[in-house]
Design a protein around this ligand. Structure first.
Ligand code: NAP
Length: 317
């Protein structure tokens, strides 16, 4: 489908893309580029790309498709580096978790001869780094594309085909709407997880050891989410500020209502609130979004455990 694909940023998403693209035979040549020489060394050892380099500018020369899987805060720097060396007619797409701020920063840096098709795979784990990727990560997941009114339709179709071949379903969305939806489904839950685990961490040492010892599923699940990459999530919150603050305001109001019900002993309010929300879990299960396909094709619930990802060194903080 493509002669040459360059993937910039070889972490969880970038390495999963390489595995998936190789498995599906979507490119004759795959170039992997990352700012981190240690990451490049690991990618070389994994032998998953045709060339691996830290020279971002050079990495895109002659490529028909360039995919950015870098932290949201790195788009300006990468855009400045690649804009002079991108091939005329090339398509650039990305996996960034925030869309509007990326478009604002990155699009003006792109030459007129290049098409930028912003994207976001709704797939991931709490692991990061080049060894955490696997080809099946995108199977059965949504990928949201947020093209602009003047984006070339052929470029959108090619990016759509890429993600569909990797097993994803495509939804086209307005970038601002994307940021609001993801604010509630992904960004707020991460913020709550980071905060609740941080609150536990601030407890005195003796209580903290009991928190770990008697950790029940609720807290355990929060610790999984709160072990996600801090650079990625710092950049998400700095770049989706308005949507996150709006959702956070609503959440705070709802939390205050629950707090008042507990203080007043209003069991009916608590029961009604907790009953109202159960159907959302059922719908997520019914739509096949509660599990993942592990390497080998086995369906599992939740996100993959580290051993299922053949991961030797994970950056879980
Ligand atoms: P990751 O595992 O941390 O990998 C990102 C890689 O990009 C790292 O190797 C990093 O190098 C490298 N990098 C940082 N700045 C760079 C630059 N200026 N030029 C080239 N490479 C650079 O991150 P990820 O989880 O794959 O996420 C990548 C993107 O996908 C992010 O925009 C994220 O929002 C999005 N996304 C993530 C998930 C998820 O669940 N993880 C899901 C959907 C979308 P260092 O070693 O220096 O950090």
């Amino acid at each position: 489908m493509f002669e040459k694909i360059t993937i910039i940023g070889i972490g969880l998403i970038g390495s999963s893309l390489i595995h998936g693209i190789r498995k599906a035979g979507l490119a004759k040549k795959i170039i992997a580029a990352d700012i981190d020489s240690g990451v490049c060394e690991t990618v070389k050892k994994l032998e998953i790309a045709d060339a691996v380099m830290t020279d971002i500018r050079q990495s895109v020369v002659g490529s028909d498709l360039v995919i950015l899987s870098i932290p949201v805060g790195a788009y300006a720097s990468v855009g400045e580096q690649i804009s002079p060396t991108l091939k005329a007619g090339a398509i650039v797409t990305d996996a960034g978790s925030v869309k509007q701020s990326i478009i604002d920063v990155f699009l003006p840096l792109m030459p007129d001869s290049v098409q930028f098709v912003p994207g976001h795979p709704i797939a991931g784990t709490e692991y990061s780094g080049p060894e955490s990727g696997f080809a099946e990560l995108f199977e059965g997941r949504w990928c949201i594309l947020t093209p602009l009114p003047n984006t070339n339709i052929k470029a959108v179709e090619q990016v759509t085909k890429l993600w569909e071949t990797l097993g994803s379903q495509i939804e086209i969305m307005n970038p601002k709407h994307h940021d609001l939806v993801l604010g509630i489904t992904s960004h707020l839950p991460h913020l709550i997880a980071y905060t609740i685990v941080g609150t536990a961490e601030d407890l005195e040492d003796d209580i903290m050891s009991e928190v770990i010892k008697f950790s029940a599923s609720g807290f355990r699940d929060f610790t999984r989410i709160a072990s996600s990459d801090p650079v990625m999530w710092r950049d998400v919150f700095l770049n989706n500020r308005d949507a996150v603050l709006e959702i956070l305001q609503r959440f705070t109001e709802d939390l205050t209502a629950v707090q008042r019900a507990i203080r007043r002993g209003d069991g009916q309010f608590l029961f009604d609130t907790f009953s109202r929300t159960r159907h959302i879990r059922r719908e997520i299960i019914e739509q096949g979004q509660a599990d993942y396909k592990a390497p080998g094709g086995v369906i599992q619930e939740g996100t993959p455990p580290v051993e299922a990802l053949h991961t030797k060194s994970v950056r879980v903080e």
